[in-house]
Design a protein around this ligand. Structure first.
Ligand code: GUN
Length: 310
């Protein structure tokens, strides 16, 4: 089997175009632009890139955005004061606190201080509870993006065995809730799972969200399955390129490592997935692009619910 590559670019562009049209309607018909406030604390280099992408995309779709960059020594109380002010500010529709936060900050207190109706990350316990109860909720962007990839690629979810590797609050757990809502039969695996490969091989839809480069290999992948790769990791091993990437990518990956010291890979061995799966999301160019697109959609949804009652 040679997998169909599910382009995140194409699907993200579709969603972005839909969101931009909605934003234009809100402005023309209702006279306002949604506003997204993004908070970054400290100097995590990956967070700087992610936050930059979010603010740039907001501008492209016509969402007003503000970036609040706080120093690494910020205290919980200082961050809580900002989040509370934004929660109470009627002009703000969406609040996003980029994770991870520095160690001294009480992450839970901060996420709980975000007004639930402005919680465009879907991390507030009220939204987590609503999602799990099957009620209307703001839902986390990355797993919501995975559902969009599956639906817009005409991949059946109902009745299928979906296996998620990883149980984080950002991806694994909400992914399980969303797949269950779509009537999949859901299994969550994690670092303590016994005989991981036996379970993942039985997946018709496999979502890899572990945070380890190329961890999912041929032995983990069912023939003809759909493999969704949520990971974003640096890959540095020149000697392992030929056994990790498909033949046609080897040269450019080697060149990237030689030039920049690393190339990006997800949690899945791309050579193995391309050989065994029916559908596969690339890294880069897969799920990551959907995360930003879904954040824009959540911001518009939050603005409509809060300002127009839906
Ligand atoms: N860090 C990694 N992924 C995310 C995300 O989706 N939202 C936020 N706020 N932080 C993240």
């Amino acid at each position: 089997m040679r997998a169909r590559v599910l382009s995140g670019r194409k699907i993200a562009d579709e969603i972005i175009a839909e969101v931009a049209a909605e934003v234009a309607d809100l402005r023309e018909i209702h006279g306002f632009s949604p506003r997204l406030d993004v908070i970054r604390v400290g100097e995590d280099p990956a967070s700087e890139v992610y936050v930059g992408n979010k603010v740039k995309m907001a501008a492209e779709v016509g969402i007003e955005s503000r970036l609040h960059h706080l120093p690494a020594e910020t205290t919980t109380d200082e961050l809580l004061a900002l989040v509370t002010e934004l929660s109470n500010n009627d002009i703000v529709d969406g609040i996003l606190v980029q994770l991870p936060l520095p160690d001294q900050i009480d992450e839970r207190a901060v996420l709980e201080a975000v007004a639930a109706d402005k919680d465009v990350d879907g991390f507030h316990p009220l939204n987590v509870g609503r999602l799990n109860l099957g009620h209307k909720a703001l839902v986390p962007c990355t797993p919501a993006g995975v559902i969009e990839i599956l639906k817009r690629s005409n991949i059946e979810i109902a009745g299928k065995h979906a296996v998620i590797v990883g149980r984080s609050n950002i991806v694994g757990k909400p992914m399980a809730a969303l797949l269950l809502r779509e009537n999949a039969t859901v299994t969550i695996c994690h670092s303590r799972t016994a005989d991981l490969a036996a379970i993942t091989r039985s997946a018709e839809i496999l979502v890899a969200a572990i945070g380890r480069p190329a961890y999912i290999k041929a032995e983990h992948i069912g023939e003809g399955s759909t493999v969704i790769d949520v990971g974003i990791n640096p890959f540095v091993d020149l000697n392992a390129v030929a056994s990790t990437f498909p033949d046609e990518d080897v040269e450019k990956r080697l060149a990237a490592i030689e030039k920049r010291g690393s190339t990006l890979i997800g949690d899945v061995n791309q050579r193995d997935a391309m050989a065994k799966a029916a559908n596969f999301t690339p890294v880069p160019g897969g799920v990551g692009l959907l995360t930003v697109a879904m954040l824009m959609k959540n911001t518009v949804d939050a603005a409509k619910t809060r300002r127009l009652n839906g």
